[in-house]
Write a protein that binds this ligand. Structure first.
Ligand code: SF4
Length: 332
């Protein structure tokens, strides 16, 4: 499939004001550090890693909620023309905001309790001048129906709905503008396990029906395994491994991926091993002069070279290909 988005050398740096790291250090954090990534049209690409690894920041850069410090975000429009989202002004971004949409994490806090479902879902249509009059209502009804909700309920307020239904409303709001690319950050994490797989199935059905491309950000590997075609594993601002989902789960190539897979609780305690826990370590620290591999302080395979030289290519491990790493299957 052709690319819909190429992330090239993307870097996002934040300089902390007083408060972020205490008064004295106005530290700089490089949340995303020189990331290259391709998103193919029609696929679901997973971004996985622990909190603080930069996956949310990368997603927010793609949505242009952040203006990247450096690098390019080359988006291919339906007519084949390419634009660099990173270089566009607010005004230039406007028409693209309907094509690239997000589903928020927590349906409880992302839906305005004082607005009816109709107003909530209609908002992006109205803000972007995509429809007016009775067409708005028709399109809202259609989006709700697609998401498995009865359009008759659109006069109600969010509190009248369950958590799963509220997330369906959130998805309807994302889809009402007929986007091509949807960035979903922890879109099912706030939901009960029983509701989670229903929402994941809905996302899959909508993708088939509408030809959507998803960038799906999650720390939850079982969700990633369920939904994604390919996965990029992030660690301290870097992508350390990129693989087809099945390959990653069966044969991880980076020790961090292996550690992540092992840290998934296994249902059967007899299968647990003593090393089934990710070694503790600092994450999301202010910029240090990194020398060597960023995972080295936590890596059980580290050799002398690892502390001195950072692996230059993905998978970012000097020993990639030499190590026999374990994968673990999980299912939801
Ligand atoms: Fe571990 Fe070294 Fe590979 Fe880094 S380069 S992941 S420290 S073995």
């Amino acid at each position: 499939a052709e690319d819909i988005l190429r992330v090239e050398g993307l870097t996002m740096r934040f300089t902390g004001g007083a408060g972020l790291f205490g008064r004295r250090n106005r530290a700089t954090v490089t949340a995303v550090d020189d990331v290259d990534l391709v998103v193919r049209r029609g696929e679901t690409l997973g971004l996985v890693g622990e909190s603080g690894c930069g996956k949310t920041t990368l997603g927010r850069c793609i949505l242009r909620a952040h203006k990247p410090t450096a690098g390019r975000l080359v988006y291919r429009r339906a007519d084949g023309t390419e634009v660099d989202l990173a270089a566009l002004s607010r005004a230039e971004l406007r028409p693209l905001r309907t094509e690239i949409r997000t589903v928020f994490q927590d349906p409880n806090s992302s839906l305005n309790p004082r607005m009816t479902v109709q107003q909530i879902v209609a908002e992006p249509l109205i803000v972007n001048n995509l429809a007016s009059g009775s067409e708005v209502k028709d399109r809202v009804g259609e989006a709700l129906r697609r998401c498995g909700l009865r359009p008759e309920l659109m006069r109600r307020y969010p509190h009248a709905f369950s958590g799963g239904e509220r997330q369906r409303i959130g998805i309807a709001r994302a889809l009402v503008t007929e986007p091509r690319l949807v960035v979903a950050d922890e879109a099912v994490s706030a939901l009960d396990v029983s509701v989670r797989s229903q929402i994941l199935n809905l996302l899959e059905d909508l993708q088939d029906e509408l030809g959507l491309t998803y960038v799906f950000i999650s720390h939850d590997l079982s969700v990633i395994q369920h939904l994604c075609d390919r996965v990029a594993v992030m660690y301290l601002g870097r992508i350390v491994e990129e693989a087809e989902t099945e390959d990653l789960f069966e044969r991880p190539r980076h020790p961090y991926s292996e550690a992540l897979l092992r840290s998934v609780p296994r249902p059967d305690p007899r299968l647990r091993r003593r090393d089934d826990v990710l070694p503790a370590g600092e994450i999301a620290t202010p910029d240090q002069a990194f020398t060597g591999c960023r995972f080295q302080p936590r890596c059980r395979y580290a050799v002398d070279l690892c502390a001195q030289v950072e692996p230059a290519t993905v998978p970012r491990c000097h020993l990639a290909g030499e190590l026999e790493l374990d994968g673990v299957y999980t299912t939801i």
